[in-house]
Design a protein around this ligand. Structure first.
Ligand code: HSE
Length: 432
């Protein structure tokens, strides 16, 4: 074992499914990690809420403490894995102010307080590492931060929430309803008892804010991300998408719209069945990056899970430990670009629009004229029978590119039209 320097003290905040796995890996792989780093990692303490709670991996009692200050001030690197905003924010501040580098998996913290944390780190000459905050085990922060540092990222489309990907995949592959698929996700431990953060798109929105900030060198707060969840997706949406050659995914889309502006949005999206993201099944995640020079890149893997996420955390710990020994400048986020963030109304994309209309002569012409009046060009139109008795039929229209503003006007018109029995909904289309 190589250990040229005195041990590096690691303070773990949190011993949940990720924290306990990080503890286990540091203990079990101690010699190999020391060889890679040139010094041993020594866990100085593990902050927990309760000394008696049961854990995925049993941590010897002597490591556990409920005293945050003793762990933070007694460490060279602080690993924050408690999640949520407070007290995590205070702990991260205390760690940075005491001169420690910080490793965090906390997406909510960064999506809400990233600029303040990076500013503080810069001021005190510390570094914040956060690979595990987006898409679990998948390396995506370091590729954006370092590998693509010389390129210009134009667009990121990510499946960054495993729970919703599992639900949509179940709905498509088994014909399950949204409720049944959600229940299954809960039984398998993907979805929380309160699934709002996942199905409402908020977990993905935090990740979209982090990815956009990094990719576009601009401060993007979670509130800047337009967010729609998957709660309203029905079997009809899934079936009509399938018939037209698409699959439905909850995507985080981060895009450079022009030289001065960007947008970040999370919503259910139709992507062609031939798109690489369409092959991401079950609870897996993937991030598809388009850059000016590198072209298209895709990063795929487990987006959650204790040991998988611990891998990303450990990678950051090793980087932080090497910096601790070898020094080197800080590499905190640059926000020099200060691009404007466009509201959803200004976004131009394609849509699938579904409606139930009267089955009478002239109805198609009336519908077509509403699209034409708003200069929304129709790419495909599919009519299907509900049943032989029904006086209405289903229309599924896929449009060419149009603005959200025009689409909203169209929906208003369709809702008021006498030939429309029911406006069923719209889903954006990407990746064509
Ligand atoms: N709840 C998230 C998911 C994992 O389902 O992917 C943590 O971000």
């Amino acid at each position: 074992m190589r250990a040229d320097y005195r041990p590096i003290r690691i303070g773990l905040l949190g011993a949940g499914s990720v924290g306990s796995q990080v503890f286990k890996l540091i203990q079990e792989d101690a010699d190999e990690l020391a060889n890679r780093i040139g010094a041993q990692l020594q866990i100085s303490g593990v902050l927990v809420r309760s000394l008696d709670a049961s854990r995925d991996y049993s941590i010897p009692k002597e490591f556990l403490t409920t005293d945050a200050e003793s762990v933070i001030l007694g460490s060279d690197i602080v690993v924050e894995l408690i999640g949520g905003i407070q007290p995590a924010l205070d702990y991260v501040r205390m760690a940075l102010e005491s001169g420690s580098d910080v490793v965090t998996a906390n997406k909510a913290l960064l999506a809400n307080h990233g600029p303040e944390i990076f500013e503080l780190a810069e001021r005190v000459g510390a570094q914040v590492y956060y690979e595990a905050s987006v898409a679990g085990a998948i390396p995506i922060i370091r590729p954006l931060r370092e590998s693509l540092a010389g390129d210009t990222v134009t667009r990121i489309m990510g499946i960054v929430n495993g729970t919703t990907n599992f639900i949509l995949d179940q709905m498509e592959s088994t014909g399950a309803s949204f409720d049944a698929a959600l229940e299954q996700a809960q039984q398998l431990g993907y979805a929380e008892a309160d699934p709002t953060a996942d199905v409402g798109g908020f977990d993905a929105a935090a990740k979209a804010a982090i990815l956009s900030s990094l990719a576009f060198h601009t401060e993007v707060h979670i509130d800047d991300v337009y967010t729609e969840g998957i709660e309203k997706i029905t079997q009809l949406d899934i079936e009509s998408a399938k018939d037209a050659g698409y699959t439905v995914k909850l995507l985080a889309v981060c895009e450079r719209v022009d030289d001065d502006s960007i947008a970040a949005r999370v919503h259910p999206t139709l992507i062609p069945q031939t798109h690489p993201l369409a092959s991401v099944r079950g609870a897996f995640n993937a991030v598809f990056v388009e850059s000016e020079a590198s072209g298209e890149l895709m990063f795929y893997g487990a987006g959650a899970g204790g040991i998988e996420t611990a891998s990303a955390v450990l990678g950051d710990v090793v980087m932080a430990a090497k910096r601790h020994l070898g020094g080197g400048s800080t590499l905190n986020e640059s926000t020099h670009a200060k691009l404007s963030i466009l509201p959803i109304e200004d976004i131009v994309t394609r849509y699938q629009v579904s409606l139930e209309v009267k089955d009478e002569p002239g109805v198609l012409a009336v519908i077509a004229s509403m699209f034409a009046e708003l200069e929304i060009s129709v790419e495909t139109l599919e009519q299907s029978t509900i049943d032989s008795e029904s006086e209405t039929v289903l229309l599924t229209v896929i449009t060419h590119e149009t603005s959200e503003r025009s689409l909203q006007k169209l929906i208003e018109k369709l809702n008021q039209s006498e030939v429309v029995a029911e406006f069923k909904g719209q889903v954006r289309v990407e990746g064509v």
